[in-house]
Design a protein around this ligand. Structure first.
Ligand SMILES: [Zn+2]
Length: 206
């Protein structure tokens, strides 16, 4: 966060962030703890790494400016100008207020996608591209509120599928050979499960 300025392309804005970064030393710790608490970031040894949920949230967020350190750079730049009497604080506040209203409106328009804390995203929905997550009956599209019904049942023909099977299906369109399905007539069989991309339906391949 201290060095966020290096991700900013505009030189003036980068300069404004140079000695400040995102947040202040006093607020950074709190921001990081909050990110961990809501499950966007996790600790790995000495590093902070984004969780799948964190990555997905960034992808889904429609407001580019709030994902970029440029915005803070711009604000810092304007605060510098105000400090030096070269810009009006009232105007800055008005801009912030307008930005906030616009951002909230944009966020309200975002299609609601259900990614809850702790949900492990196992792949992309073949029908709509949204994250697929574990649910009660197997693995399903997180975009179900908007009508996507893609679902991989966790039991097919008497065989419990594993999460690895489901991941493979989404990544490669088919699984390895799965042994131990049972047909309606009670006969055991082995097969590869295949995903029909456009319909999201599964079929056996022998
Ligand atoms: Zn979907």
């Amino acid at each position: 966060m201290e060095t966020a300025g290096k991700y900013v392309e505009n030189e003036e804005l980068r300069e404004a962030l140079k000695d400040r970064g995102l947040g202040t030393p006093a607020t950074r710790a709190g921001i990081i703890e909050r990110l961990i608490e809501v499950g966007y970031v996790k600790r790995e040894k000495k590093n902070l790494v984004p969780t799948t949920k964190g990555v997905e949230v960034i992808k889904i967020l429609p407001v580019e400016t709030i994902k970029s350190p440029s915005m803070t750079g711009e604000w810092e730049y304007k605060l510098n100008l105000i400090e030096r009497g070269k810009a009006s604080p009232e105007e800055f506040l008005q801009q912030i207020a307008a930005f906030t209203v616009q951002t909230v409106n944009d966020l309200k328009k975002t299609e609601r996608q259900e990614i809850r804390k702790g949900d492990e995203v196992i792949g992309k929905c073949p029908k709509c591209g949204s994250p697929v997550v574990r649910n009660k009956k197997g693995w399903g599209c997180s975009n179900w509120r908007n009508g996507c019904q893609f679902q991989i049942w966790d039991e097919i023909c008497g065989k419990k599928l594993t999460q690895a099977n489901a991941k493979q299906l989404l990544a490669k369109g088919k699984t390895n050979l799965i042994k131990g399905f049972v047909s309606k007539s009670g006969k055991k069989f082995n097969a590869v499960l295949e995903l029909k991309d456009d319909t999201g339906k599964l079929s056996f391949k022998f």
